[in-house]
Design a protein around this ligand. Structure first.
Ligand SMILES: [Zn+2]
Length: 167
């Protein structure tokens, strides 16, 4: 495998290079005409993967054209199914899109190891005891909860957001 850094310079897009089969082709485990899935080179859990459109779209997936985004989600579902079927101890795959590491649209897929009970149709509440609060984005998003908020402040924020829609 050709070594490469996650940093991109100039107009070189590392995910476009992967899509073109120029690098890391041996990490790809699924593709169709428009999308592909490959293992991350710096996983934080086994099977941590990315799904990308082969065509370049900038990294804010929620700004993609609706039809492309819909197809992208379906492609992500296919890749997640593959991972879930592959790992005996994975009953669910979490997905995330931030797009601050590489400016090419991608969903990150996190096989949730130790959740095999979902395969049996069993649902269990699993909560982290760690609490996070972010005043600013630090380069990663936590899916965990933070401390309980002040309810009156939440109501005020919701009210202000609703008002902004009418303004
Ligand atoms: Zn690209």
């Amino acid at each position: 495998m050709i070594k490469h850094s996650l940093k991109t310079d100039g107009d070189q897009c590392i995910f476009c290079e992967i899509a073109a089969g120029k690098i890391s082709a041996d990490l790809v485990f699924w593709s169709d005409d428009n999308f592909m899935a490959f293992l991350s080179i710096d996983p934080n859990t086994k099977g941590f993967s990315c799904v990308i459109p082969k065509k370049h779209y900038d990294s804010d997936v929620l700004k993609m054209p609706d039809e492309v985004l819909a197809q992208f989600i379906i492609a992500t579902k296919k890749a997640a199914d593959i991972l879930e079927n592959y790992f005996d101890d994975v009953g669910r795959v979490g997905i995330l899109a931030e797009g601050t590491g590489i400016n090419h649209a991608h969903f990150k897929l996190f096989p949730m190891h130790g959740t095999e009970y979902f395969k049996r149709g069993e649902w269990r509440q699993t909560l982290s005891d760690k609490k996070f609060w972010f005043d600013k984005y630090e380069g990663w998003i936590s899916s965990g909860s933070g401390p309980m908020a002040d309810f009156s402040q939440l109501k005020e924020l919701a009210s202000n957001i609703r008002k902004s829609l009418n303004g």
